[in-house]
Design a protein around this ligand. Structure first.
Ligand code: KIV
Ligand code: ZN
Length: 528
């Protein structure tokens, strides 16, 4: 039978240590609710001794999220009475609370950081556990910098704090120094001794990513007997971050024949959790990040797209649906091949093309793809229309009349009247509009909205730099909602205001494509 692995999420503590990622009470509770939905076993909600604000937020998480027995709420303390009291007073409202304390075991920590002897530090740890046990039954002890500690001293510390009543022992690779084989061997040895001493005490690991090995080290620990993994969403955390929960969980699931363990994570909630954390903390997820990056399920090479359309498992080891996404994404770029373009055209209703027609349209696609980074559905309509116009077949709807095309803009940014004027084309017609807004983007979008006249709500706006230097490309990604559906669109330009306008117009054109698709489901658009 497969062994249960406990998942301890420290997004709200180690993750919150990322500079600028501080959350308010409301945001912490919201993320904690989502972590509960995700199915984590333990939430580390913060470091209450650090500020009154964090104390209040941890307390709110304990009261509002820890109100059921299926989740444990903890928070971090140094091995000093005041910190332990602070954790106790914040987490005691949970049904299932725990005190987590940390104290170093490496020579660097003992001698240089604390300037004490090993025996003195060990005694402080034991006394702290004994004190915490007078307050509540569940106590976790973290041997900070364990991976750089002298083994027999590390073991002596663990043995002593277990005898003092610690119920979980956490072995951190605090500075991301460990290497998977070496860390696995360390965990194997500790697990062997711990299980002989008291099999009920859980062995946990907490790996940092300084050398990019946090996930690998965590998995090596699981293979060698660790009962519990400490992770964060999107791998955020101190410096290079922690082991990413989504990577560890999906590796354990996807390679279950290797690990033979299970977690109680509802993997379909992974994307929702990742997006919530990213937006509340203002931390973008690296586009190629495993599992939660924008491109994790997007296929762009023609060879791959062709293979996927023949059999998804050719290039897909995790199904996007399993982590809460709708489907794989085939991005049409200059590298896309015929198979992917044909598939996209068929989805739009172009189902009856003769081979020579498709070849002509594919040629048009390649021409446009060479000029644009990404080809959208509305671009495909126009390529098809251009093809048939050129070949004098006028039984095709005039699609360019349906879509908006950016021509020009002027934006004035000031604190009293941020305003924007835009010029947009629709087929042969050119429209101009001006608007004032709360800021330049608001003014710009109001001016465009006046022309497009499609009711949408802007629900997400992200801007990032694609390249460096003064010619850096600004990439804008927006999400709008229209009649209950969400539409995501992107655009990039050295002028970020132009990129913002293009992204908005791409999104509006996607709404129009959806409308066209709806009316053409029954009758193919082109039937020659
Ligand atoms: O990295 C670390 O050692 C920690 C401990 C508090 C577990 O974050
Ligand atoms: Zn840490």
């Amino acid at each position: 039978m497969s062994r249960k692995i406990w998942v301890f999420d420290t997004t709200l503590r180690d993750g919150e240590q990322v500079p600028g990622a501080k959350l308010n009470l409301y945001e912490k509770v919201e993320i904690a609710q989502q972590l509960k939905k995700l199915g984590v076993d333990i939430i580390e909600a913060g470091f209450p001794a650090s500020s009154q604000g964090d104390f209040d937020a941890v307390k709110a998480v304990a009261e509002r999220v820890g109100n059921t027995n299926d989740i444990m709420i903890t928070a971090l303390a140094r091995a000093v009475q005041a910190d332990i009291d602070s954790v106790y007073n914040a987490v005691k409202y949970a049904e299932n609370p725990m005190i987590h304390m940390v104290l170093g075991t490496s020579d660097i920590h003992v001698e240089k950081k604390f300037n004490k002897s090993k025996d003195q530090i060990l005694q402080i740890g034991v006394d702290a556990v004994k004190y915490a046990k007078t307050l509540m039954p569940q106590v976790q002890y973290s041997t900070e910098d364990a991976s750089r500690s002298e083994f027999e001293y590390l073991w002596h510390t663990i043995e002593s704090v277990m005898k003092a009543g610690a119920t979980m022992i956490n072995v951190p690779d605090t500075v991301g120094f460990a290497e998977p084989e070496e860390f696995g061997a360390l965990i194997y040895k500790l697990n062997d001794r711990m299980k002989n001493l008291n099999p009920d005490v859980l062995l946990s690991v907490h790996c940092h990513n300084d050398l990019g090995m946090a996930t690998a080290n965590t998995l090596a620990a699981v293979k060698n007997g660790a009962d519990k993994v400490e992770c964060t969403i999107n791998g955020i955390g101190e410096r290079a971050g922690n082991a990413a929960l989504e990577e560890v969980v999906m590796a354990l699931k996807t390679r279950s024949s290797v690990y033979n363990v299970n977690t109680q994570i509802n993997t379909k909630e992974i994307m929702n959790t990742s997006r919530l954390v990213s937006s509340f903390m203002g931390l973008d997820v690296q586009v190629n990040k495993a599992i939660t990056g924008d491109n994790a399920f997007a296929h762009s090479s023609g060879i791959h797209q062709d293979g996927l359309l023949k059999s998804r498992d050719a290039y897909e080891i995790v199904h996007p649906e399993d982590v809460g996404l709708d489907d794989m994404e085939l991005i049409l770029t200059a590298r896309s091949g015929r198979h992917a373009v044909k598939n996209a055209l068929e989805k739009l209703g172009f189902t009856h093309m003769k081979p020579e027609e498709f070849e002509g349209i594919f040629e048009g696609f390649l021409l446009l793809a060479d000029m644009k980074k990404e080809v959208y559905d509305h671009d495909l309509y126009i390529i098809v229309e251009n093809y048939y116009e050129k070949h004098d077949q006028h039984n095709v709807t005039n699609y360019s009349d349906h879509f908006f095309e950016f021509e020009d803009l002027q934006v004035v940014s000031n604190s009293s009247f941020p305003s924007a004027s835009v010029k947009i084309r629709k087929g042969e017609e050119v429209f101009k509009s001006s608007a004032v807004g709360t800021g330049p983007i608001d003014a710009l979008y109001s001016a465009i909205a006046e022309i497009t006249n499609i009711q949408v709500k802007l629900i997400g706006y992200d801007i990032s730099s694609v390249s460096r230097g003064k010619d850096a490309l600004g990439k804008v990604k927006i999400t709008i909602s229209h009649e209950g559906e969400n539409y995501v669109a992107k655009a990039a330009d050295t002028d970020i205001l132009k990129a913002s306008a293009l992204a908005y117009i791409n999104a509006i054109n996607s709404v129009i494509v959806a409308g066209i698709k709806e009316t053409t489901v029954k009758t193919p658009i082109v039937s020659i």
